[in-house]
Design a binder for this molecule. Sequence first.
Ligand code: NAP
Length: 226
Amino acid sequence: MATVITGGSRGIGAATARRLAAAGHQVVISYRQHEPEPIEGVTAVQADVTNEADVERLFDIAEQVTAVVNNAGITSPLGPLKDARIEDLRRVIDVNVMGALLVARAAAQRMTEGAIVNVSSGAATTGSAGEYVHYAASKAAIDTLTIGLAKELAPQGIRVNAVAPGITRTEIHTLSGMPDRADRLATRIPLGRAGEPDEVAAAIAWLLGDEASYVTGAILRVGGGL
Ligand code: NAP
């Protein structure tokens, strides 16, 4: 039985891999280009989520998959939509929506039991005006995917939920052109600080586990009140 985590080489995915491996999961992570440092109990596979063959290979290597964390995601430079470059719009939608759909489809084809957690964002409901509304829109798609797939897979007993992190201290902010965004925006956050990747990982682990046995179709905000 294996747990697949896409985008597990750093940030929220890596924190989730460490937490689940420590709890006894056989974890298989994917990454796109940065091969991660080895973690005990974790197998790393180079697999781009936007590539159907890569996603198939990832699930082939994992074999009997009972848990999936659909986490890989990107953003692009901050700014109003009118200034966004077409290649950034396409890339964000390709990775965040198409990639998540390919991973969710592979999970639906192969899983006979277990749970899926999609990684959305608080941006899906705030809209991220002036920053990246296309990214926010891509994450709203993840919320809808979660609600629909939860209903589709409920008859098989497979639960599908999402976490919606707020501003979390990871390297994703480098892609937005503001590497220290997590600390710069701390005053906007009701709890007064950015989240840590492991605080999101804890919510993911709970949603995957038996304690959440009656939770499906839920979108759990992990945003310090944001
Ligand atoms: P991160 O530190 O930038 O890590 C992103 C991970 O995704 C890396 O492992 C990266 O692999 C992988 N990845 C990127 N494109 C990929 C692709 N095409 N195929 C496979 N893997 C790919 O990001 P993070 O902050 O942990 O974000 C994880 C998830 O949380 C994302 O879905 C993000 O939208 C969401 N989120 C983050 C925040 C935040 O503030 N950090 C807030 C809300 C939601 P490489 O290392 O090989 O590039």
